[in-house]
Ligand binder design. Structure first.
Ligand SMILES: O=C(O)CCC(=O)C(=O)O
Ligand SMILES: [Fe+2]
Length: 205
């Protein structure tokens, strides 16, 4: 059994102490495999769409982001997707109890970055939609290696005005969380294999 509260606490501590939280083994290996299998099934069924940019994802702009996404939906979720959504709901409850953020709901999508695609440096919160409070990314990759590239780069402003860059590998089962309105970040291109994840936002009312 994993200690869910300890994982949640380490994510919050990371955000407060350094601007982002990382929880390895947020998902167990079997859960990663099951969700990755569902992702590929849905991809094969033609359910993914090229991701857009801006509110409503209206514009596809490959020079900015090259991933394909599929929004998760409670009404069509498989058992393992429902379990994942439930874990995120538990995290929302924990954050509201401990940090009083007033989170209401989540919006989450699968993402597949084909080899060589990327998502240029950006902030997740749209000017027109300030409800996005926390960003979460949970990776679904099997046995990701340093040579596979595809790191998440997070840009951390330093007290002296300089900037520190940290690279986070998209290791399966790992969950990253940060303030959607504060942390600029970027997805570097995966070198030689598709890069798989569930990404989303915890929103206020
Ligand atoms: O996949 C990642 O590591 C980050 C994805 C991202 O920045 C986004 O979808 O807004
Ligand atoms: Fe992002």
């Amino acid at each position: 059994m994993r200690d869910t509260e300890a994982l949640f606490e380490s994510l919050i501590d990371g955000i407060l102490e350094k601007g982002y939280g990382v929880a390895d083994a947020f998902l167990l290996p079997d859960e990663v495999t099951a969700l990755r299998t569902r992702l590929w099934e849905r991809q094969a069924a033609g359910q993914f769409r090229e991701a857009g940019i801006g509110n409503g994802q209206a514009a596809v702009e490959k020079a900015i982001r090259g991933d394909e996404i599929l929004w998760l939906d409670t009404t069509t979720a498989t058992p393992e997707e429902a379990t994942f959504l439930n874990q995120i709901d538990q995290f929302i409850g924990y954050v509201n109890r401990t940090c009083y953020l007033g989170l209401r709901d989540s919006e989450l999508h699968y993402a597949r970055y084909p080899v060589g695609t990327f998502y240029k440096r950006h902030l997740d919160r749209f000017r027109a939609d300030s409800r996005r409070r926390l960003s979460i990314i949970c990776y679904l990759n099997d046995n990701w290696q340093p040579t596979d590239g595809g790191q998440l780069a997070v840009y951390l402003p330093q007290p002296d005005g300089s900037e520190h860059t940290t690279l986070i590998a998209p290791v399966g089962g790992r969950l990253v969380c940060f303030d959607s309105g504060l942390l600029e970040h970027e997805v570097l291109p995966p070198a030689n294999r598709d890069r798989l994840s569930i990404t989303g936002w915890l929103r206020t009312a």
